[in-house]
Design a protein around this ligand. Structure first.
Ligand SMILES: NC(=O)c1ccc[n+]([C@@H]2O[C@H](COP(=O)([O-])OP(=O)(O)OC[C@H]3O[C@@H](n4cnc5c(N)ncnc54)[C@H](O)[C@@H]3O)[C@@H](O)[C@H]2O)c1
Length: 326
């Protein structure tokens, strides 16, 4: 008999899906990706009259599932009073072709991205870190606070956003969930005080200055996923031991891409991928004084992994609407 498809809204994901499970799955995803058995077709972007549609796909051997995520961006929706981004993801059984899951995937994408930031902190951050700084209080920044704060026993969290009211709102919302004190701070204080910095903005101007980052800091840079975006001053990058989710992609579109273009960094600036660090092929942090930086622009296999984790959790909890398409 054909299996029914589980359909889940963003609200259901927010209420019921455990982010810690996703962090575990994403760590495994990075490690398994290095074995070369996954499939990662190129991202497909369509310029439509009203905006763009972007399609990401990926197959992972570890989950034996295939996903297809379709995101729609419509800047004109601001005037319509609608969100500017819509995204849904389908998860398939590649053996039978059955559609297992349809899930709203703006939040799922934030979960898998924040999980990547957290996995990087787990593998590259010092053991004795105490202070976490998150730059950006938007959708991704909020999930980065939730995810990264679970991988080390942080004592304090600083949050900076150029919209202070947004940062205040996020602190209010998260304070009941997270027992670590969270404080809104300016960018300089937030960076100077940090042992771990996680960037999660859509900025096209550097925010984190070279001289604000102290020795031994780890940075997870998640916001810059296009060449036009940048969050760190380029001269900071040569001070760092650099890692990527996928080196070739990050050189073109990640945090380092502008520094490479301007000659501040060479093309062989990355030590390796986070997956290589996890499986022990590449040395991560080499000493407590070193600054490490993880550049994550997002991979289709992370989408597949988060979709499978959501599918498994939804199946266990009997969540969502179950539809027989045929
Ligand atoms: N790496 C990945 O896999 C991945 C996945 C999803 C999103 N992203 C990227 O992450 C970024 C954030 O996404 P989001 O959905 O949270 O966006 P958002 O619009 O919800 O939040 C962005 C926040 O950044 C703040 N900001 C922008 N410029 C700033 C600056 N110069 N200084 C301080 N704060 C600033 C804004 O005020 C806003 O609160 C985007 O660039 C998005 O494309 C990356």
């Amino acid at each position: 008999m054909v299996r029914k498809t589980i359909v889940l809204s963003r609200e259901q994901v927010a209420k019921e899906i455990d982010l810690k499970e996703i962090i575990i799955s994403i760590e495994k995803c990075f490690a398994e990706f290095e074995k070369g058995k996954d499939l990662l077709p190129p991202k497909y972007i369509v310029d439509l009259p009203g905006g763009i549609a972007a399609c990401l796909t990926g197959y992972t051997k570890a989950t034996n599932t295939f996903s297809m995520k379709m995101g729609q961006e419509r800047k004109g929706n601001v005037e319509r009073g609608l969100p500017t981004i819509f995204s849904t993801m389908n998860l398939y059984d590649p053996d039978t072709g059955e559609l297992l899951l349809i899930v709203e995937s703006v939040l799922a994408t934030m979960y898998r991205t924040a999980a990547a930031a957290a996995v990087a902190v787990k593998h590259l951050g010092r053991e004795d870190v105490e202070t976490l700084t998150v730059i950006g209080a938007g959708q991704l920044g909020q999930q980065c606070i939730r995810a990264v704060s679970t991988v080390r026993p942080f004592k304090k969290i600083f949050l900076f956003d150029m919209r202070q009211s947004q940062a205040d709102k996020v602190v209010n919302e998260l304070s009941s969930e997270i027992s670590i004190p969270i404080e809104v701070a300016n960018s300089e204080t937030a960076c100077r005080e940090a042992d771990v910095i996680c960037t999660a903005t859509n900025s096209s101007e550097p925010i984190v200055r070279k001289d604000w980052v102290r020795e031994g800091t780890h940075l997870s840079c998640m916001g810059a996923d296009l060449h036009s975006k940048i969050e760190c001053e380029p001269s900071l990058l040569p001070r760092c031991r650099l890692f990527a989710d996928k080196v070739e992609h990050c050189k073109e579109r990640g945090e380092s891409s502008q520094a490479i273009e301007s000659g501040v960094l060479s093309k062989d600036c990355y030590v390796g991928s986070l997956g290589q660090v996890i499986i022990g092929d590449v040395k991560g942090r080499t000493c407590n004084e070193e600054i490490t930086l993880f550049d994550g622009i997002g991979l289709g296999v992370q989408d597949t992994t988060v979709a499978k984790s959501i599918f498994d959790q939804a199946t266990l909890k009997n969540m969502g609407v179950h539809i027989a398409f045929c």
